[in-house]
Design a protein around this ligand. Structure first.
Ligand SMILES: Nc1ncnc2c1ncn2[C@@H]1O[C@H](COP(=O)(O)OP(=O)(O)OP(=O)(O)O)[C@@H](O)[C@H]1O
Ligand SMILES: [Mg+2]
Length: 261
């Protein structure tokens, strides 16, 4: 069993043995009723409920929903391209802050995992502004930067949201020199391991914006494909052109027009 597999297995075992408990500010009181449980590997469990996910626009798991259908369409397009080309890793970026990268990354990841044949690992690579976990209302005790800088075991960094076949590697403690860290040998080794180990697993990296930080450029050589999010009525044509020019050496498989309803 390799290191990552061991970490996931340990995380799974620990989840089944630890009783989840609600934490303050988990949002559990917002909707009440049947809240799916979320247990982070650090055992700081929280309750994530439908109202909270709705507020954060996490909708892909809904069965009858126009928004979820849009993510299913996106999933189909993405999987067709990824499978045809044998791609295993997908970076999601955009020209600027707030275009919808994290929203798209989470919804796409959940939608892909609903496909049954796929498992998904979502990795928060926005190390300067980590927030992917906040969309699920949890506060992880460790994440990628703790693994990279402090040798925190990987199993203590992984989390599993209340969606089958989805795991999350949160970014961990906020970092300012993140492009150096993302280009470090330990990060390159990890990304290579994440990519190659399981044939049915897709790794989705939630990246920083391409025009605001150099992190994506430092890390993009490690990914197979890139999806660019643009926000309707917000993203300027010039910014999109500059972003695509910056991504010239990467394998851009498409753009997602977000917030166009
Ligand atoms: N389609 C949409 N309709 C309405 N609001 C949206 C939509 N997509 C995202 N948002 C909201 O816009 C805000 C920014 O979205 P998100 O965090 O996904 O963007 P981001 O590109 O990841 O931002 P950052 O660059 O800061 O990481 C969030 O409040 C999110 O809920
Ligand atoms: Mg984001």
């Amino acid at each position: 069993m390799d290191r990552l597999e061991k970490a996931l297995e340990k995380s799974r075992q620990l989840r089944t043995t630890m009783a989840p408990r609600p934490t303050p500010n988990s949002g559990a009181s917002a909707a009440g009723g049947s809240a799916p449980t979320f247990v982070s590997s650090a055992f700081d469990s929280a309750l994530v409920n439908d109202a909270q996910m709705e507020q954060n626009r996490i909708v892909a798991h809904r069965t009858r929903s126009a928004e979820a259908d849009v993510y299913r369409q996106l999933r189909t397009h993405v999987l067709q391209i990824m499978n045809k080309s044998g791609f295993k890793t997908l970076a999601i970026t955009s020209p600027r802050y707030g275009d919808g990268k994290t929203t798209v990354a989470l919804n796409l990841g959940i939608s892909i995992a609903l496909d049954l044949k796929q498992t998904v690992l979502l990795v928060d690579l926005d190390l300067r502004k980590p927030d992917l976990h906040q969309y699920l209302g949890v506060k992880p005790q460790a994440g990628l930067t703790d693994y990279l800088l402090h040798d925190t075991p990987l199993h203590e960094c992984l989390m599993r949201p209340p969606f089958e076949r989805v795991n999350i590697l949160p970014s961990g403690s906020r970092l300012d020199n993140s492009s150096e860290i993302l280009g470090s040998p330990k990060m390159i080794a990890l990304s290579s391991e994440l990519k190659s180990r399981y044939p049915d697993r897709l790794v989705i990296y939630d990246m920083p914006p391409i025009l605001a930080q150099d992190d994506p450029i430092a890390f993009l050589p490690q990914v197979d494909a890139v999806l660019v999010v643009v926000r309707d009525g917000v993203t300027r044509a010039e910014d999109l052109k500059r972003s695509l020019a910056t991504l010239a050496g990467a394998n851009v498989i498409g753009t997602v027009l977000n917030d166009c309803w």
